[in-house]
Design a protein around this ligand. Structure first.
Ligand code: ATP
Ligand code: MG
Length: 568
C-alpha cells in the first residue's frame, strides 16, 4: 500500500477538544474524526487497527467454542419490557419510533435479543451448552461522552452470551471465557489486571473486569500481591477492630454551629475515628439512616447491592429535619425512631463514640452499640481507603492503581431466562430455566487503551499484533531507480509472507516522512537512502527503540530480521 494513495490526513496539532492523549493521537494520526459529541468516523488507518483487534477477538471466541451471529441494532420495545429494562435503563437508552408509532431502542447491549433467539430454538438439554457472540455497534447516550472513542455514544463491542443447564456448567464456560479474555489482553500487548467488579445495569451475581493499567484510566483498582484485585467501588472492607474501653456514661455536649465530623472532632479534640457519621438516605421512598465511622465514606454501590435496589439518594433537608427533629449535621443513631438503621462493620466497634444527638447544636458522647443504639443490618457498606488491609490474605496493605475497563464478564444466572421464560427440558422431561453468562469487550475502547499505554512524545507506538501496518518503508527519493527497485523488492518479499507494509512514496522531505511514521506508530521502519544504498545497505529502526537504535543491514538481512521478529 502506498502512503500517497491512502487517506491518512495527519495533523501537526490536535484540536483542543481532544481531552486525552489517545484521542489527540488518533485524530492527529488521521485514524478518527469527530462527527458529533461521542460520535466518531473511522478512517482507513483506524479501521485497519479495529479489524486486527476484531480478528484476535474472533479467533479467541471461536477457540472458546463460540458461534458468531448478528443481532439487529434496532430492538423492539416489547422485548425490553419483558425484562423491565425499558424502564430501568433510563436516559442512556436511545429510543425511537417508526412511522406507525411503534417504539424501539438502539441496542446498548443484547441480552434480550439473544435470550429471545435461544428461547425460540433451544428446547432440550441436548442442545446445551451454547455460546453465541457478535460484533455489534452499541448505542449508549452516555451522560458524559469523553476521551474520544474511549467513552463514546456509538461504539463497537463484541458481546458473547452462554447458555447452560446448571451453575456447574456455567462455571466451566466462565473459566474458558475468562482465559480467552486473558489471551486477548496478552495478544493486544496489554499490561493489565483482572478484578472483581460490580455487575451494574446488566445484573447477575458475579463479575470480573479486565483493566488495562494506565494513569488516565477512569477506574480505580485495589489489589494485593497475594492475587486479590477488585474495582475499588467493589473492594471488600474488613472490620477494623478497636481496643475496647470500659463503657462510660453517655452525655450530651453542646457543639454550637459545628456539624461536619472534622469540625466537631476539632471542637471536642477527639480523632474522627471516634465518631459515628450518620447519613439519612431515601430508599424505595422511605428514610434510612446509614452509619459509618467518622473517617470513613459510605459506598452507595454497596448500599444499593445490600438493599437490592438501583437507586439510593441522600434525603433532602426537610426529610432530615422530620426524621431527626434537628437541622442537618446533628443526626445520630441513639434515640432515632421509626427509621431503619444500617451500620457498617467497623462503626459498631467504636466504643464510647460521639454522634449527633438529634438536637440542634448538640452531640452525644460515649455511646456504645447495643447499649445506646441498635442497627437493623450490620454490613460492609463503606468505601475502601488507603491503609486498608487486603481482604483475602489479611496481611498486606492494599495497593491502588488506575485502569481502563476494556472487558467485563458476568455470571447472570436466571435473571433473563426467568423474565423472558427461556427454558429447556432436562433428562427427566422437566422444564427448567436456562442459566446464562455474558461477556463483553469494547473493541473501540481497546484501540484507545492501547495508545494510552503505548506512546511517546512523537506519537503512537503500536504493539506488533494490532499495528495498522507492521512495517513502513521510507524511500528518501522514490524517483531514484535503484531506491525504487530495492523498495519494491523488500515490499514484495515481506508482503508475500503476510506482513502488512506501507510505502511512503510521497514527495516529501525525510523529516516529514519520519515524523509521520513515528506519529502513526508503525513498529518497524526501513529507510532507503542513496548513501547507504551505495554500500548495498538500508536502515532498520524499531519504533519502540531510541533515536540511535538503528541497524544498517543488507535488504536480504532486513527481510530475514523482520520475518524472524514476526515469526513468519
Ligand atoms: P463503563 O463502566 O466504562 O461505563 P460498562 O460497565 O457500562 O462500562 P459493559 O456494559 O460491561 O460496560 O460493556 C462492555 C464493554 O464495552 C466495556 O468493558 C467497555 O470496554 C465497552 N464500553 C462500554 N461503554 C462504552 C462506551 N461508552 N464507549 C466505548 N466503549 C464502551
Ligand atoms: Mg457504562
Amino acid at each position: 500500500m502506498f502512503f500517497s494513495k491512502m487517506l491518512i490526513p495527519t495533523l501537526r496539532e490536535a484540536p483542543s477538544v481532544a481531552d486525552i492523549i489517545s484521542a489527540k493521537l488518533m485524530i492527529r494520526a488521521g485514524m478518527i474524526r469527530k462527527l458529533a459529541s461521542g460520535v466518531y468516523e473511522f478512517l482507513p488507518l483506524g479501521l485497519k487497527v479495529l479489524r486486527k483487534i476484531e480478528n484476535i477477538i474472533r479467533q479467541e471466541m471461536n477457540a472458546a467454542g463460540g458461534q458468531e451471529v448478528i443481532f439487529p441494532l434496532i430492538l423492539p420495545k416489547d422485548l425490553w419490557l419483558e425484562t423491565d429494562r425499558w424502564n430501568v435503563y433510563g436516559k442512556e437508552l436511545f429510543r425511537l419510533k417508526d412511522r406507525k408509532d411503534a417504539e424501539f431502542c438502539l441496542a446498548p447491549t443484547a441480552e434480550e435479543a439473544v435470550t429471545d433467539m435461544v428461547r425460540k430454538d433451544i428446547k432440550s438439554y441436548k442442545q446445551l451448552p451454547i455460546i453465541l457472540y457478535q460484533f455489534g455497534t452499541k448505542f449508549r447516550d452516555e451522560i458524559r461522552p469523553r476521551f474520544g472513542v474511549m467513552r463514546s455514544r456509538e461504539f463497537l463491542m463484541k458481546d458473547a452470551y452462554s447458555f447452560h443447564i446448571d451453575e456447574a456448567d456455567l462455571d466451566k464456560c466462565y473459566k474458558i471465557m475468562f482465559d480467552a479474555y486473558t489471551n486477548i489482553c496478552l495478544r493486544c500487548g496489554f499490561k493489565f489486571r483482572t478484578v472483581e467488579a460490580v455487575s451494574g445495569a446488566i445484573g447477575g451475581s458475579f463479575s470480573h473486569e479486565f483493566m488495562v493499567l494506565a494513569d488516565t484510566g477512569e477506574e480505580e483498582i485495589a489489589w494485593c500481591s497475594c492475587g486479590y484485585g477488585a474495582n475499588s467501588e467493589k473492594a471488600e472492607c474488613l472490620k477494623i477492630e478497636q481496643s475496647k474501653e470500659g463503657a462510660l456514661t453517655a452525655e450530651v455536649v453542646f457543639t454550637p454551629n459545628v456539624g461536619a465530623v472534622a469540625d466537631v472532632a476539632k471542637f471536642l479534640n477527639l480523632s474522627p475515628e471516634k465518631f459515628i457519621k450518620t447519613m439519612i438516605y431515601i430508599v424505595d421512598k422511605k428514610p434510612v439512616a446509614v452509619l459509618v465511622r467518622g473517617d470513613h465514606e459510605i459506598n452507595e454501590i454497596k448500599l444499593q447491592t445490600l438493599l437490592g435496589t438501583n437507586e439510593v439518594t441522600l434525603a433532602d433537608e426537610q426529610t432530615i429535619v422530620s426524621v431527626t427533629n434537628a437541622p442537618i449535621g446533628f443526626a445520630g443513631p441513639a434515640g432515632l425512631k421509626n427509621t431503619k438503621i444500617i451500620a457498617d462493620l467497623s462503626v459498631i466497634e467504636v466504643s464510647n463514640a460521639v454522634a449527633g444527638a438529634n438536637k440542634k447544636d448538640c452531640h452525644v458522647k460515649n455511646i456504645n452499640y447495643k447499649r445506646d443504639y441498635n442497627a437493623d443490618i450490620v454490613a460492609d457498606i463503606r468505601k475502601i481507603m488507603h491503609g486498608d488491609a487486603c481482604p483475602r490474605c489479611k496481611k498486606e496493605e492494599l495497593r491502588f492503581s488506575r485502569g481502563i475497563e476494556i472487558g467485563h464478564t458476568f455470571k447472570l444466572g436466571t435473571k433473563y431466562s426467568k423474565s423472558m421464560n427461556a427454558t429447556y427440558l432436562d433428562t427427566n422431561g422437566k422444564e427448567n430455566f436456562i442459566i446464562m453468562g455474558c461477556y463483553g469487550i469494547g473493541v473501540t475502547r481497546i484501540l484507545a487503551a492501547a495508545i494510552e499505554q503505548s506512546h511517546d512524545d512523537n506519537g503512537i507506538i503500536w504493539p506488533d499484533n494490532i499495528a495498522p501496518f507492521e512495517v513502513i518503508i521510507v524511500p528518501l527519493n522514490y524517483t531514484n531507480g535503484k531506491t525504487k527497485e530495492i523498495t519494491e523488492k523488500i515490499y514484495k518479499e515481506l508482503f508475500s509472507k503476510g506482513l502488512d507494509v506501507l510505502i511512503d512514496d510521497r514527495d516529501e522531505r525525510a523529516g516529514i516522512k519520519f515524523k509521520d511514521a513515528d506519529l502513526i506508530g508503525i513498529p518497524y521502519r526501513i529507510t532507503i537512502g542513496e548513501k547507504n544504498l551505495a554500500e548495498g545497505n538500508v536502515e532498520l529502526k524499531a519504533r519502540r527503540g531510541g533515536k540511535d537504535d538503528v541497524k544498517i543491514l543488507s535488504p536480504e538481512e532486513t527481510v530475514n530480521e523482520l520475518l524472524r521478529i514476526f515469526k513468519k
